[in-house]
Ligand binder design. Structure first.
Ligand code: DGL
Length: 261
């Protein structure tokens, strides 16, 4: 099984992309809804939570891990790779590769949580591949609560998105990376506010393509994963609101199962 975790329900955008590209594989999801958000917490705390999240999935049979959260990917990937034998994927490198392979990538913008932007992981990875690319990052701390509240099309959300994107628009960026797994749910508004000429990159989509490539190149691992197209969704706190929101993200009725931390 492919295990995916996030601080909450944002990682369901990663599940959505995986289901699209790897429909036959079983997926186990864990959303740490009791301790969300991670984006405002210290790297030490996020690392500790990420280890616990990974263990929840491995204990239930996951044999490949996807860190479906940019915040945890930024600070915890190396620790997870050292600690566990299973392959660990993160959402940052695939999005960076996709960004710098665009025909125009002279100026790249990144939006994410404070922790992700503060880690400078996107800048470092982009500069390592393309030193001449100018990178501009903006933390957008209000977007995660707006998504978790289901305010996906409200005028207030549109105004806040516009305000956050304004400095990046002034820099005339060519590419914008959605550096948070909650943001694909606001992709329409983000594209509208940043302008049509900017290529918007969804990190969940980029990740799904890279897992697909990996499984194609590693048939032994691919055959060891279950392929009955089944998904289970675990969370550390369940409410009717979350239940509804999770189903609306995946556009099908899903059942969130409670896991005690
Ligand atoms: N979905 C998480 C990410 O991609 C952000 C949510 C949070 O702050 O916990 O960074």
């Amino acid at each position: 099984m492919i295990g995916v975790f996030d601080s909450g329900i944002g990682g369901l955008t990663v599940v959505r992309a995986l289901k699209e590209h790897l429909a036959e594989y079983d997926i186990l999801y864990f959303g740490d809804t009791a301790r969300t958000p991670y984006g405002t917490k210290s790297p030490e705390t996020v690392i500790q939570y990420a280890i616990e999240d990974a263990e929840i999935l491995l204990d239930r049979g996951a044999r490949l891990l996807v860190v479906g959260c940019n915040t945890a990917s930024s600070v915890a990937t190396e620790v997870l790779r050292r600690r566990f034998d299973e392959p660990v994927f993160e959402v940052i490198s695939p999005a960076v590769r996709m960004a710098v392979s665009q025909p125009r990538h002279k100026r790249v913008g990144i939006i994410g949580t404070r922790a992700t932007v503060g880690s400078k992981v996107y800048e470092n990875k982009i500069k390592a591949l393309c030193p001449e690319t100018e990178v501009y990052a903006a933390a957008c701390p209000l977007l995660v609560p707006l998504v978790e509240e289901g305010w996906l099309k409200r005028p207030e959300t549109r105004r806040i998105v516009k305000k956050y994107l304004h400095p990046l628009k002034l820099k005339q960026i060519d590419v914008l990376i959605l550096g948070c797994t909650h943001y694909p749910l606001l992709k329409g508004i983000i594209q509208e506010k940043i302008g049509k000429r900017v290529k918007v990159i969804d990190s969940s989509e980029a990740l799904a393509c890279s897992v697909k490539e990996f499984l194609h190149d590693n048939p032994d691992i691919a055959t060891s994963l279950k392929k009955e197209s089944r998904c289970r969704f675990f969370v550390s706190d369940v409410t009717p609101h979350l239940q509804k929101l999770a189903s609306s993200i995946l556009k099908s009725t899903i059942r969130l199962e409670y896991v005690r931390l």
